[in-house]
Write a protein that binds this ligand. Structure first.
Ligand code: ADP
Ligand code: MG
Length: 244
């Protein structure tokens, strides 16, 4: 479903990603872990071209872009549309009701009618346990509710892959657990997901694949239980020691 080939990205001459290769199979959940500054967010942002890679190929579903060759805005949006992104700090539109937060992107991006978009939004909000929140403003909702609204907003665009960048890092543990529960349900329904997280329980119990990044590259990848039980890279060992 997702293939990243030889991806490189530098900021102001400082290499952040160097020759990253990653393949994610349809219907699987991949946890992306590693120390702060490893390049996890940059990798996620390159995948949906929120960040333009310097070199390499990104393939999502049937869309492929080679960073070194020319591509049109249309190609970029077509690829980005295959992904839904959930951020650490929710990034909801503060001046719009919860309902409008979920409805507007569907109208703008998918060209859905207001009625159709509202119907889908209501369905998704209900699934997130937020059926009665549509008329509220985001700042009247708890952090956990805001993150579930953000997930509903992303799902409303019918992505083929969901990208989560530390979705529970800004939340208290109990509230984070509600968000992880929703993500676990999505995983069980077969959604392809890539999740940057420090929640090692989630990585162990929900994810099929664990990818460990350090210094702009993938240093280890494989079965989460195997890597957590017996990491082969010393940097994985010290990172796991710090978070477990
Ligand atoms: P992680 O998510 O693993 O903590 P990031 O991908 O956010 O790591 O960052 C990797 C490195 O790239 C860091 O050194 C960070 O300072 C740098 N970086 C990230 N985004 C930018 C940017 N927009 N401009 C300059 N440097 C950046
Ligand atoms: Mg990050």
């Amino acid at each position: 479903m997702v293939r990243v080939r030889d991806l490189s990205k530098a900021f102001g001459g400082n290499p952040v990603l160097e020759g990253v290769d990653l393949t994610v199979l349809e219907g699987t959940v991949t946890a992306l872990i590693g120390p702060s500054g490893a390049g996890k967010s940059t990798l996620l942002r390159c995948m949906n071209l929120l960040e333009r890679p310097d070199a390499g190929e990104i393939e999502i579903g049937s869309h492929r872009i080679d960073a070194r060759s020319r591509f049109s805005k249309r190609q970029l949006y077509a690829l980005r549309r295959e992904t839904g992104m959930v951020f650490q700090h929710f990034n909801l539109f503060p001046h719009m009701s919860v309902m409008r937060n979920v409805v507007l992107p569907q109208q703008r991006i998918l060209g859905r009618s207001k009625a159709e978009a509202e119907h889908r939004a209501q369905e998704l909000l209900a699934r997130m346990g937020l059926a009665d929140k549509g008329g509220q403003y985001p700042n009247k909702c708890s952090g956990g509710q805001q993150q579930r609204i953000a997930i509903a907003r992303a799902l409303a665009l019918e992505p083929r892959v969901m990208l989560f960048d530390e979705p529970t890092s800004a939340l208290d543990p109990e509230v984070g657990a509600e968000v992880l529960e929703v993500m676990k349900e999505l995983a069980a329904e077969g959604m392809t997901m890539i999740v940057v997280t420090h929640e090692m329980g989630f990585a162990r119990n929900v994810c099929e694949d664990l990818v460990v990044m350090a210094d702009g590259g993938i240093i280890e990848q494989g079965d989460p239980q195997r890597i957590m039980g017996d990491p082969s890279h010393p940097r994985t060992r010290s990172f796991l020691h710090a978070v477990l």
